[in-house]
Design a protein around this ligand. Sequence first.
Ligand SMILES: Cc1ncc(COP(=O)(O)O)c(C=O)c1O
Length: 313
Amino acid sequence: MRPVVLGSWPTPLEPAPRLAAAVGLAALWVKRDDLSGLGGGGNKVRKLQYTCAQALAAGATTVVTSGGPQSNHARLTAAAAARLGLRSVLVLHGEEPEVPAGNLVLDLLAGARLVWTGPATAEQARLEVERQAEKVRRDGGIPHVIPYGGSNSYAAQGYVDCSGELLAQLPGLDHVIVAFGSGATMAGLVAGLGADRVIGIDTGAVADPDARLSELLDGMPDVRVRRADLQLDGGQVGAGYAAVTPAAREAMRLAARTEGIFLDPTYTARALAGLIARVAGGGIKREDRTVFLHTGGLPGLFGHPELPRLTDP
Ligand SMILES: Cc1ncc(COP(=O)(O)O)c(C=O)c1O
């Protein structure tokens, strides 16, 4: 099955000399997947090109997916559905806020129907997705469920595509640093570039990121990687997925003040904090050809519960 085109490709690969100098690298490149075109952009667009192709092939009228209250994946699913003439139902984990902010505003603008789970386990949230798919059926539609965070082994092909772009833009690259949430972004990069060139920075979104990554890679065709070679860094989770760590806060400031690049507190700020820690620890050498993958997520900044404190000195 061919992916459906939803974004603008290739995304730019930009040198970031002032950020490079600030973190102690001779050079650093930023892969701008935040500029992927659809609905405010971000990494989820590449994955949706595959999962939405499956939805269209199945004759779906409505896509149903799930995520956190400020899910970038949910926002981009709503945007992709709009682009393709489909309806969208977003099952969001947590309580409905009194006033929608950040991604929620964009979800609603794109015409998505939002369903709040209240306090729920991952299993309870999965059951709610099934209930919503059943409701679409009862109402005469054809649902297609896109997994939590948009990640499965098929969606990961979107980041095999990105690997091809990177190899054309920077042949001989040594490292790509990427945030790890539901996992398919890193899995696709590992499949496309090899485990030794990809460093995933965990955000705490899933309970067992190692198992998750292995499961995604197992489901991809012709991927041979030794599990021991995978580089998944748990050092930036801090107090958990929803918390803003001091290192992430510092990374957000640094990117904004050296390059005018805005990061989100949950994913990309953690990823840059992980890069900074690796350079400081000697795991990335000054002359290594290093790429920071900007996966988007800026709308999440404006819905983050800690927003009022993010600019504190
Ligand atoms: C902005 C942003 N960056 C990175 C990620 C992580 O991507 P993945 O879920 O494929 O690990 C996500 C998704 O959760 C995201 O929204």
